[in-house]
Ligand binder design. Sequence first.
Ligand code: B12
Length: 250
Amino acid sequence: MAAAIQQQLSAFLGPLGFECHPFKIGWYNAVLQPSFHLQYPDDTLVFVVLSTPQMFEKAFKPFIADKQLSTVRDPIDECAVLYFSLVKENFSDQRIEAIHDFEMLPNRKPKVLVQTAAHVAGATYYYQMKHVQQNPWGEKKMYGVCIHPRYGGWFAIRGILIFPNVQVPSLEQKLPVDCVSTDEKKIQLLESFNFHWRDWTYRDIIDVEERYSEEQKQYFATPPAERFKLLGLKSNISGENQQSKTHGAF
Ligand code: B12
């Protein structure tokens, strides 16, 4: 069942520059504190959806060319919302619940931890402080980062698609590829991601097949409020609102 749905999802999302990987709710909940649990039975089928470097050309630019200006969100987030809703239309015989990376609970915690989802689905390895044997940072909290075996850090995790009516007890868990294997490299990765993420270097921690285009980098390097201008769009929200509503993941 999971394989058939994955094939159909990939046929739709693949040409748009997205990847999807199946997992079970139980695998996700097993590693998280209860406050982050998703309230579905353990065997429920879920897909994590990643955007690859191609998404900008294949999905985002056509989306922007077609844009009706409403824009309360980051345009990339709006683009993902559109394609997730098209997935739902395309799977009209299935109930699908989508949760995007930017959705927050009333207590301001994220509704889904997409890095954990991508790790348990075997899509990308989630490197966290605890993976480093000789911790050089003491008590300081270092944010973790996922690395994709083909795209390094040149991707984003756009959300999950839950199939509440599909139970997959026999789905087998794939381990993600541990592509940043030495302690030295892991330290370099976490330091680049936490202290120098704007210089893009953490994304090249491994050899990659593809990176973001110069145009895509320029777009993302532009502060969110000015990206609207860069695209020739007018934002109708205040700077403060825009900051809080757009993490601007890229
Ligand atoms: C809030 C947020 C931020 C905050 C805080 C960061 C943080 N990690 O807490 C701020 C604003 C600082 C931030 C910044 C950035 N962010 Co940010 N952020 C998020 C967001 C929305 C939620 C993260 C969060 O709050 N996590 C909560 C904490 C508690 O989770 P946690 O540390 O993973 O802890 C859990 C795990 O440890 C788990 N766990 C325990 N044991 C085990 C064992 C295993 C095996 C596993 C898998 C898990 C696990 O349990 C814990 C919870 O109970 C995510 C999107 C999302 N919805 O997930 C993006 C996200 C993490 N950000 C991302 C990025 C890229 C960035 C930036 C580079 C900016 C940008 N370009 O968008 C910067 C870089 C960081 C920096 N130097 O500042 C990407 C990371 C992609 C990747 N390759 O990993 C994400 C996933 C967005 C996306 N859509 O792709 N971000």
